[in-house]
Design a protein around this ligand. Sequence first.
Ligand SMILES: [Zn+2]
Length: 293
Amino acid sequence: MTALAFAAALNCREMEGGGCGKCRSCMDIQKGTHPDVRVWKREKSVVHIGLIRELITSLSLKSYGEGYKVAILDEAEAMNQEAANSFLLTLEEPPPGSVLILVASNPRKIPETILSRCQRIYFQPLPGEILMDMLTSGGEVTEEEAATAVLLAEGSFSEALEFLDKSWRSDWESGLKLLEQIFKSGPETALASPVSDCQTREKADRLLFILERVIRLALRKRLGLSTPEGWSGPLSLLADNLHEGGFLGSMEAVYRARMMMEGNVNPRLVMEGIVLEIAAIAGKEVVTDREET
Ligand SMILES: [Zn+2]
């Protein structure tokens, strides 16, 4: 949203230094129909080189109006290495009269070679109450669904919207189930399912992302902060059985697994590795607990 406002400010014909929000150019930008301003979004889990090439070509074309050509790359952190490399030269020296905006909710995942060529502007996550209002205002989302999405999205409206989608909901449940199995019955059951379903890179990527978020939610639980109501059981299980180092260790393990996915490691192998690693971290704890009681 801020990126579009910036694009409007660059191209507005009525107001110097800001977008008026009313002129033809501002309205077209808001509607997504402005010929010189385009938001580029990934189609699958990754921003591929094809999308970046198309973006670069579009910037090199002549502008339709007198303003700037603006390319906004959404979820820039989803660029794979190949896509990022193909972007370097254009970022270094964009065509005259063009502006490139990379939007990322997790800029740490963007390669340093890209980051070093960008001017960074940070935004605070949206407060929970505002997100709640935005999600429930249409009347299609229940309070409980919205509350869960808000906690999962950690302040990002676009993520919250995405998580309300049915396909995400069942994947969150798979992630919870996977961790529950590791903590309850050990890695063997967890390896049988849902890890065996992770044949594709996209599935595995998503499951890893979910594992990271769920571990963070378990940490929230441990600290007595709010967590999704329906998930109390599995989150308590994690919160009670991980020590502080265990939270950090398992989050790091997930992070490393996500890095491996970026290299061309077989997704199934990565998933098996992460299950075994978390089990090793958790296993010790479960055993110690049993000895004490
Ligand atoms: Zn305007």
